[in-house]
Design a protein around this ligand. Structure first.
Ligand SMILES: Nc1ncnc2c1ncn2[C@@H]1O[C@H](COP(=O)(O)OP(=O)(O)OP(=O)(O)O)[C@@H](O)[C@H]1O
Ligand SMILES: [Mg+2]
Length: 493
């Protein structure tokens, strides 16, 4: 009964291609399938069932058709791939053991064509290894044969709900980004949206911008954002850290010098003001600018000209100036350390970056952003943080602001051996003391990881209702509660 060889497989594909709802495809096997892959439309959930055993295929297909799903039945993996190329599916439900290709390989083929398609693998042999590798390869779920049809339906419902959530989420995020997106800047909180609005409004002008905020709040990032959102984006963005150099060097760094202007000035050198011509000059740590240079900077701002050190020939440069500081300029002015007239020149527009602890709504998006960034950088596939680790990250105060969060996520990403980052990967300062999980063999660690992930998904799908989640997982509520505790997933604290 099992087809052997290519020809037989193809013939079998032809005879078993019983499409439950799209009858036309049955007669159309010879016709070119549409090339363009469209997103599945409407509410119908489009499922492809792949199995080389015809009775099994029709049994599953018939059941799912009656349950209201839109189903296409494929008698071989090759046929499935062909069909998948031309048509969008929400879910591929495939047998693992097939003569022409394993379910796992089919999973890879489908994901290459559509990274978001859900794939459930059916294993006839109940081998935990196959299930583990299926989940490792990114299968959405797995089922063991003989199939329990009710369980099958529940698992599919779960995938479907997950899909809806994902789609709604993506749409919502895209809509938000449409309005508030600036390359590389994450900011979903009201405060950051105001900042980004301001950035968008001042960027096109040449107005001098003063960026204020604690260390690590993103001042430099915003300076870059302004430059790249401005008409000067093709020109240079030049940065000078006013706190990093002693006064004399800083002066020549900013304005350049003539050959022989001072000991060591062996050649004429352009200053940053000149180099930044047609671009943006970012003066960081402006609060540390020495008095004498404050006067010189004020003159540049007023007269738009300056001289290189050791020269009296005036030079002009077409620059937009952005400055930043984490110091309290008002206090520096009161102390007479910072010139008031300069201050008023610099703060034509002031943008204040609020500390991260005052805009906690940004935390989830920032965490995801950095996780993706560092997972990619380190070549790791990481699902996310454990509930416990995430809670700790969401609770922490971040005196070092976004930079501190970024460093925490990078560190955890480098340290983790698991695809879910646990509390153990966070530094002592932020984690609560909790007993370590101890040593585990790879297999049981993988199974636990999988179990944990399924529980998290079930809970999400059931909107946190434990009875429902337990039901969906096919375990008792008591067992679920035990596992929640085991994996530190209790949200009752
Ligand atoms: N809203 C944000 N979205 C994404 N990344 C951010 C955001 N804010 C800050 N970062 C990142 O955090 C790190 C610190 O930001 P940045 O260097 O701009 O801070 P800063 O305010 O200039 O700090 P300092 O005063 O110490 O110089 C950078 O790697 C930056 O890319
Ligand atoms: Mg900075």
């Amino acid at each position: 009964m099992l087809p052997t060889g290519r020809a037989a497989a193809a013939a079998s594909a032809r005879t078993t291609n019983v499409d439950m709802t799209e009858q036309s495809y049955r007669e159309d096997l010879g016709a070119q399938p549409p090339r363009r892959r469209e997103a599945p439309h409407g509410d119908r959930f489009h499922i492809m069932v792949v199995d080389d055993e015809r009775t099994q295929l029709e049994f599953v297909g018939g059941f799912l058709g009656k349950a209201g799903f839109e189903v296409a039945l494929m008698g071989s993996a090759a046929e499935a791939v062909e069909r998948f190329r031309g048509e969008a599916f929400d879910l591929v439900l495939t047998d693992q053991r097939m003569p022409d290709m394993s379910g796992l390989d089919l999973l890879k083929e489908c994901r290459a064509l559509d990274p978001e398609v859900a794939v459930i693998i059916m294993t006839a042999y109940g081998s935990i290894e196959t299930a583990v590798s299926a989940m490792k390869e990114g299968a959405t779920d797995y089922l063991t044969k003989p199939l329990n049809l009710e369980e099958l339906r529940l698992r599919i419902e779960r995938v479907k709900r997950g899909h809806q959530l994902l789609r709604e989420n993506t749409e919502l995020r895209e809509a938000l980004q449409e309005r508030h997106r600036i390359e590389g800047v994450i900011g979903e909180s009201g405060q950051m949206q105001e900042v980004l609005d301001l950035v968008r409004r001042v960027a096109p002008s040449d107005a001098t911008v003063l960026l204020r905020g604690e260390s690590g709040t993103g001042k430099e990032l915003i300076a870059k954002a302004i430059h790249y959102a401005s008409a000067r984006r093709k020109g240079p963005l030049v940065k000078v850290n006013c706190a990093a150099l002693p006064e004399t060097l800083l002066e020549s760094e900013l304005f350049g010098h003539e050959k022989g202007a001072f000991t060591g000035a062996f050649a004429t050198r352009k200053g940053r003001f000149e180099i930044a011509d047609k671009g943006t000059l970012f003066l960081d740590e402006i609060g540390d600018l020495p008095a004498h240079l404050q006067a010189k900077l004020l003159r540049v701002l007023q007269e738009r000209e300056f001289e290189r050190v050791g020269s009296n020939h005036a030079i002009t440069s077409d620059v937009r100036i952005i400055t930043a500081t984490n110091q309290d300029l008002d206090q520096l002015m009161r102390q007479g350390v910072f010139r008031e007239d300069l201050y008023y020149r610099l703060n034509v527009v002031t943008i204040i970056l609020p500390p991260l602890r005052d805009r906690r709504q940004d935390l989830p998006a920032l965490i995801d952003h950095f996780l993706r960034k560092f997972a990619e950088k380190n070549g790791k596939t990481i699902q996310g943080f454990s509930r416990e680790a995430r809670d700790a990250l969401l609770r922490y105060d971040y005196p070092g602001n976004v930079r501190e969060l970024e460093n925490l996520v990078e560190r955890a990403t480098v340290l983790t051996r698991d695809d879910i980052i646990g509390i153990g990967e966070l530094p002592l300062t932020i984690k609560e003391t909790r007993p370590g999980s101890g040593d585990q063999t790879n297999l049981s660690a993988a199974v636990e990881g999988m179990e944990r992930r399924m529980i998290v998904e079930a809970l999400e799908a059931a909107a946190g209702v434990q009875t429902k989640a337990a039901d969906n997982l096919g375990i008792s509520e008591r067992a679920l509660r035990y596992k929640l505790q085991k994996y530190g997933l209790r949200d009752d604290k």
